[in-house]
Design a protein around this ligand. Structure first.
Ligand code: LLP
Length: 403
C-alpha cells in the first residue's frame, strides 16, 4: 500500500480500507460453516461506510443493525431485506415501524417491554412481526468490561426463564412470529470457552422451545470474534463454526453470526501526518493531525493500535503519539518506541478498520476524515472529507433565521 501517494491524493487524516482483505475474511468465515445453513450478517456498527457494506452484500452477507439508520444503510447498500436483522436495547417506535414496513428478516427484542411495543406496532400496521429474543446467558466473556455484555449486571437481553416466557407469549400472539433466538456475550473475544458455554445454554433453551412447537429457524450467535491488535491469538473461524454447529447438533436451524471486527479491523489503517515534535523534559510527544475524535479506541478503552512511521528508521526513542484535542486522553499510543520523525511524515495507525470511523465525532469542531477503498491495486474515495460548510450548515441556517 503506497501510503504517501494516498496521503497526497486524499489528504490526512485518512481511513484506508483494504477491500481484498475484507473479502477474504468474509470468505474464510463463510466457508468455515460449509455444509451448514448459515448467514454471516456483518455488524454495521464496526464500519458502516456504504461502499464497505456493498462489498459484503455482493459476497452474500447480511447485515446486523442496531439503529434504523443502519437498516437504511444496509438497504441502500444493497443488502436484501431478508438478510437484515435489527437489534439493540432501546428501539424507538418509529424505528420499529420502519423495520416492519421494510419487512426485514427479524427484529431482535431485548426486553418484555420492547416485545410489547413491537406487538402493538405490528398490530397497528396489520403486519405480524418476525422476532427473536436476545438471551443473556450469564456467562463472563472475559473481555474489556465496556464490551462485555453477557452478564446479569449488563443491560443486554433477558435471562433464560424470562426468555422462555416471552417466547410462549409470542407464540400465542397473532402479531408476533418468533423465528430466531439470539445471544451475544461480548466483543473482542479470543477464548472460545465462554462462547461454547453460552451456545450450549442457549441451544438447550432452543430445544425446549422447539418441543413446545415454537418454530425457530435461526440460531443467532452474535458477533465478538476477536482479532490480533498486538499479540492476541484468537480462535480460528473453523474452531468457531464447529463450536456453534456442535451446540445445535440435531436441530434444523440456520446459524447466524454477526461479526464486525473480525471482518474489517485488520483491513483498515488510519493515516495521519506529523505536525510537530515536542519535548517536555525527558518526555517526547509526537503531535499529529489526527485525534481522538477520529479514532477514540485508545482514549475510551486504552486500546492498543500499532503505530508505524512510514519510511522512517533510526533514532528510535520512547514517545507519546498525541492529537490536538484538548483532552489528556487524546492519544494514539503511549510510551512507544518511534523513529525520529519530521513535520509532514506519515504515521499509520494499524488495525483501525473496525470501530474507527463509525465512532468518530466532530468534537472540537473537527471535520470527520475521508475514507478510501483499495481493491485490486486501485484506490477510490468512498467518503469525502467533511467540509466546514457540512459541519455548520444546519446551525448557520437557524442562526440566520433568528437574527
Ligand atoms: N452483535 C451484537 C449484538 C453486538 O452488540 C456487537 C457489538 C456485534 C454483533 C459485533 O461485535 P464484533 O464482532 O465487532 O465484536 N466499540 C467497541 C466494540 C463494541 C461492540 C459492541 N457490540 C470497540 O471499539 O472495541
Amino acid at each position: 500500500m503506497d501510503y504517501r501517494l494516498l496521503a497526497d491524493r486524499y489528504g490526512t487524516p485518512l481511513y484506508i480500507y483494504d477491500f481484498d482483505y475484507m473479502t477474504s475474511r468474509y470468505e474464510t468465515l463463510k466457508n468455515a460453516f460449509e455444509g451448514k445453513k448459515s448467514l454471516v450478517a456483518f455488524a454495521l456498527k464496526a464500519n458502516s461506510n456504504l461502499s464497505v457494506i456493498a462489498r459484503f452484500a455482493a459476497l452474500g452477507a447480511g447485515a446486523d443493525c442496531v439503529s434504523y439508520g443502519e437498516v437504511k444503510r444496509a438497504l441502500i447498500a444493497g443488502v436484501p431485506k431478508y438478510k437484515i436483522i435489527f437489534s439493540g436495547v432501546g428501539k424507538r417506535d418509529d424505528e420499529i415501524t420502519g423495520a416492519l414496513n421494510d419487512d426485514i428478516l427479524f427484529i431482535n427484542c431485548e426486553s418484555e417491554a420492547e416485545l410489547d411495543r413491537v406487538e402493538a406496532i405490528a398490530q397497528s400496521l396489520a403486519k405480524p412481526a418476525r422476532i427473536s429474543v436476545r438471551v443473556n446467558p450469564e456467562i463472563d466473556a472475559k473481555t474489556h468490561p465496556y464490551i462485555s455484555t453477557g452478564l446479569k449486571e449488563n443491560k443486554f437481553g433477558v435471562d433464560i426463564p424470562t426468555a422462555k416466557r416471552l417466547y410462549i407469549r409470542a407464540k400465542n400472539s397473532p402479531w408476533l412470529e418468533p423465528v430466531g433466538i439470539h445471544f451475544h456475550i461480548g466483543s473482542q473475544l479470543t477464548d472460545l470457552t465462554p462462547i461454547a458455554e453460552a451456545a450450549d445454554k442457549v441451544a438447550e433453551l432452543a430445544r425446549s422451545l422447539i418441543a413446545l412447537e415454537i418454530d425457530l429457524k435461526f440460531f443467532d450467535a452474535g458477533g465478538g470474534i476477536g482479532v490480533t491488535y498486538k499479540d492476541e491469538t484468537p480462535f480460528t473461524p473453523s474452531q468457531y463454526a464447529k463450536t456453534i454447529a456442535q451446540a445445535i447438533n440435531g436441530l434444523d436451524l440456520t446459524i447466524v453470526c454477526e461479526p464486525g471486527r473480525f471482518l474489517t479491523a485488520g483491513g483498515g489503517v488510519f493515516l495521519t501526518r506529523v505536525l510537530y515534535e515536542k519535548r517536555m523534559g525527558d518526555k517526547r510527544f509526537t503531535v499529529v493531525d489526527g485525534a481522538m475524535n477520529d479514532l477514540v479506541r485508545p482514549a475510551l478503552y486504552n486500546a492498543y493500535h500499532r503505530v508505524e512511521a512510514i519510511g522512517k528508521s533510526g533514532g528510535e526513542s520512547l514517545c507519546d503519539v498525541v492529537g490536538p484535542v484538548c483532552e489528556s486522553s487524546d492519544f494514539f499510543a503511549k510510551n512507544i518506541s518511534l523513529p525520529s520523525v519530521d513535520r509532514g511524515d506519515l504515521l499509520a495507525v494499524h488495525t483501525a478498520g473496525a470501530y474507527g470511523f463509525t465512532m468518530s465525532s466532530n468534537f472540537n469542531t473537527r471535520r470527520r476524515a475521508a475514507e478510501v477503498a483499495v481493491e485490486n491495486g486501485a484506490d477510490r474515495l468512498i467518503r469525502e472529507r467533511e467540509t466546514y460548510d457540512d459541519l455548520l450548515a444546519s446551525e448557520v441556517k437557524l442562526l440566520n433565521a433568528a437574527r
